[in-house]
Design a binder for this molecule. Structure first.
Ligand code: PMP
Length: 411
């Protein structure tokens, strides 16, 4: 069934993920916590081992062979990342520790240089804490004001309300592309175009969208775009911040240190060219190198094929879960990535999570780092099942059965 619906053999894909052979509490692992972090294919693990086994060296500085090989591998990931998100130039690709660091880089550099007392920063109700707190810290420091786009009860942003928030004081709009808590995909192109018409910049939090959707930052015309490798089958501890070249050129650096400079004297330092101006110190070379293997893994299956497969899982799972008495799906909308977030009448998500874990099913429970969203929805949290390229309908059947069993036990 799965193999027929998806355009690739999901069971062949599963073989490439060593952890999927694991058992949990005597049952085959069903891993549905992909929105928190995805599992890693053997090619990504091999790339890490190969780097440390064969050409570990510090980059950019050495003239010896290992340093040249490590530098070439590191820089070839930058080109792969550029292509993966449709950026115009590798100068616009900054390696970071992940989405969180990408957003903090923007608030600390562009933000500190450009935000003044009374300026307005727009975010949405759907944001992850990492796209709220850095802006709050900046706003507090500068005396700026945070405005929040409201959502409907289905978790869709209210565009008409957003348009009303935009005014000449708006300096930046920072918004999540796909919600980690609900899976809802925001109409970011409309958000960006409207912001630009009023002269504001736009930052997109691509932590959840980059693995599922085709990303073309040039066509989107966003000013900043951040994502993390670990949510797209790559290693933890590395990610990308994209920003338009002219904006990066005008921005002050983030961290000071080696690599980000051209010349240093005690009187004066000149900064390096892009993108190195924003990459102080020895970076996470191994994980950056292995991130390229993750891009290649996704490209080898094809994002379109993965999306078709995940949409099939999403539709199938939504129907199954909806029909279980007491289960209510949050964010059950047309435009979403493969996340099913739900509450169950009179049952705490954490209790549910523990009983599902006992059945070998890994889901996430709680507020998913979106406490303001939970407050808006008037719930204390959800249980979230999020799907990846390697998940199957059979696993969703297990979730549905496991859920029924857990609900019976807890009722
Ligand atoms: N934004 C969203 C929407 C996320 O889902 C996450 C990760 N849960 C982040 C930002 C932060 O990403 P990271 O922890 O990889 O920096």
């Amino acid at each position: 069934m799965d193999a027929l619906t998806v355009g690739y053999d999901v069971y062949e894909i599963r073989k490439q993920f060593p952890v999927l052979k694991r058992e949990l509490k005597g049952k085959p692992l069903v891993y549905f916590d992909n929105a928190a972090t995805s599992q890693k294919p053997q090619v990504v693990i091999d790339a890490l081992v190969d780097y440390y086994s064969n050409y570990n060296a510090n980059i950019h500085r050495g003239i010896h062979t290992l340093a040249e090989e490590a530098t070439a591998a590191y820089e070839s990931t930058r080109e792969a990342a550029r292509m993966f998100i449709g950026a115009g130039s590798v100068e616009e690709i900054i390696f970071t520790r992940g989405t969180t660091e990408g957003i903090n880089l923007v608030t600390n550099t562009w933000g500190r240089a450009n935000i003044r007392r009374g300026d307005e920063i727009i975010i949405s109700t759907l944001e992850h804490h990492s796209n709220i707190v850095p802006w709050q810290m900046l706003a507090e420091e500068k005396g700026a004001i945070i405005r929040v786009i409201p959502i409907t009860e289905n978790g869709e942003i209210q565009l008409d309300e957003y348009y009303k928030l935009l005014n000449e004081k708006t300096k930046i709009v920072s918004i999540v592309h796909a919600s980690n808590s609900l899976g809802v995909v925001n109409p970011v192109k409309q958000v960006i175009d409207a912001a630009h018409r009023t002269g504001a910049l736009v930052m997109i939090d691509g932590a959840q969208s980059t693995v599922h959707l085709d990303i073309d930052v040039t066509a989107l015309d966003c000013d900043f775009f951040a994502f993390s490798s670990h949510k797209l089958y790559g290693p933890t501890g590395v990610g990308v911040l994209y920003a338009k070249k002219e904006i990066l050129e005008a921005m002050p650096p983030f961290h000071g240190g080696g690599e980000m400079i051209k010349e240093v004297s005690f009187e004066k330092t000149t900064y390096n060219d892009l993108p190195y101006k924003f990459e102080a110190g020895t970076p996470n070379i191994a994980d950056t190198v292995a991130m390229k293997a993750a891009f290649e893994f996704i490209n080898s299956i094809g994002k379109e094929n993965i999306r078709r497969h995940e949409n099939d899982l999403l539709r199938y799972g939504t129907e199954l879960l909806k029909n279980i008495k007491g289960v209510h799906i949050k964010g059950d909308v047309e435009e979403k990535v493969s996340v099913i977030s739900f509450v169950v009448d009179n049952i705490h998500p954490q209790d549910l999570g523990i009983l599902l874990d006992n059945q070998g099913i890994a889901v996430r429970t709680g507020s998913h780092c979106t406490m303001p969203l939970m407050q808006c929805l008037k719930i204390n949290g959800t249980t979230r099942a999020s799907f990846a390229a390697y998940n199957t309908r059979e696993e969703i059947d297990k979730l549905a059965k496991g859920l029924e069993k857990a609900i019976k036990m807890l009722s």
